[in-house]
Design a protein around this ligand. Structure first.
Ligand SMILES: C[S@@+](CC[C@H](N)C(=O)[O-])C[C@H]1O[C@@H](n2cnc3c(N)ncnc32)[C@H](O)[C@@H]1O
Length: 302
């Protein structure tokens, strides 16, 4: 059931889509004429409302995909195809505490806020006040604003702004972190100090030069297990008799990178029992790369 104050996706017969907050008395001016929100409210989700020209609009309950794509934008946003992989890699789910910068228009923030539920928290950082406000508006519109702590703060000064330490807004010990800023290599130390040891971290970078710069910086950082990838989506014309790809595709949005906080450097403990002087420690590799225990060199897993 559609109630006032909820979002609806309004889709015309030609496929034009509008994501709108339904406020009684308001109207939407479309290319098919004026659509009254009272008519949309009366039609409800799954119903059809007609414009003043009699042209029908299907009223649909928006999915998380629609909400992420439908944020009001003043910055470049992260697209659903990338967000899907990001949230899986970062392990975002009910109860997760995740840190992010910059907030931008909040498309990634919105999805993460949706997924963390009421037990989790998203801490989002943005150095420009107007974008931080826009992100907040987009989150409130989707009904998830209360799960997000928004900081108007430059992460060059760290992820724990003055006065936040040890309060419920303190992001310290977070489970995951994502950076969508132009020079993420400048903030690796700040990132390492706000996440719990072993936590995943991710990055979105529009250009290959930035990927190279970040790879170089990660070599001397507290992060390991580095992965670089991009995600391409090819859509098809949904016509049964002439099934083939669309003529055009979005060929590039950004490169994704992931890594993991190293935690304390792992040094295998010496066995408790004394061994012969000069004998190798149990499990230590000899010059052939073999270990006493396995007799096999390490195999790289596919
Ligand atoms: C591409 S936008 C982020 C878009 C966002 N991920 C989304 O999906 O809507 C990058 C944002 O990072 C912010 N930013 C860049 N450097 C920053 C810093 N050092 N601290 C905080 N925010 C920063 C910019 O102001 C900009 O709004």
């Amino acid at each position: 059931m559609l109630e006032q104050g909820q979002l609806a996706l309004l889709v015309s017969q030609s496929g034009t889509r509008y994501l709108r907050l339904i406020v009684p008395g308001e109207a939407l001016h479309t290319q098919d004429g004026v659509l009254s929100m009272d008519a949309v409210l009366a039609a409800g989700y799954g119903g059809v409302a007609a414009s003043h020209l009699g042209r029908p609009y299907r009223v649909i309950r928006p999915t998380l995909y629609d909400l992420a794509k439908g944020v009001k934008r003043a910055t470049q946003i992260i697209y659903p195809k990338d967000i899907g992989y990001i949230v899986l890699k970062l392990g975002i789910g009910p109860g997760t505490r995740v840190v992010e910068a910059g907030s931008g228009s909040g498309s990634l923030t919105l999805v993460m806020a949706w997924l963390v539920g009421d037990q989790g928290k998203v801490y989002t950082f943005e150095r420009r006040a107007e974008f931080s406000r826009l992100c907040g508006d987009n989150l409130d519109r989707a009904g998830v604003g209360q799960r997000v702590v928004r900081f108007h703060h430059d992460i060059a000064d760290g992820f724990v702004p003055p006065g936040v330490e040890a309060t419920q807004d303190d992001p310290s010990g977070a489970d995951a972190l994502f950076l969508d800023v132009r020079t993420p290599w400048d903030y690796l130390d700040q990132a390492a100090s706000v996440v719990a040891p072993g936590s995943p971290i991710g990055f979105l970078l529009p250009t290959a030069n930035q990927v190279s710069d970040l790879l170089a910086a990660l070599e001397t950082s507290p992060f390991e297990d580095v992965e670089v990838l991009e995600i391409l989506v090819r859509r098809y014309k949904p016509v049964a008799e002439r099934l083939r790809p669309d003529d055009r595709m979005v060929a590039h949005t950004g490169y994704l990178m992931f890594a993991r906080h190293k935690g304390a450097d792992f040094i295998p403990p010496e066995p408790a029992l004394a061994r012969e002087p000069g004998a190798p420690a149990a499990g230590a590799a000899d010059q052939t790369g073999q270990t006493e225990q396995s007799g096999q060199p390490d195999q790289e897993q596919p």
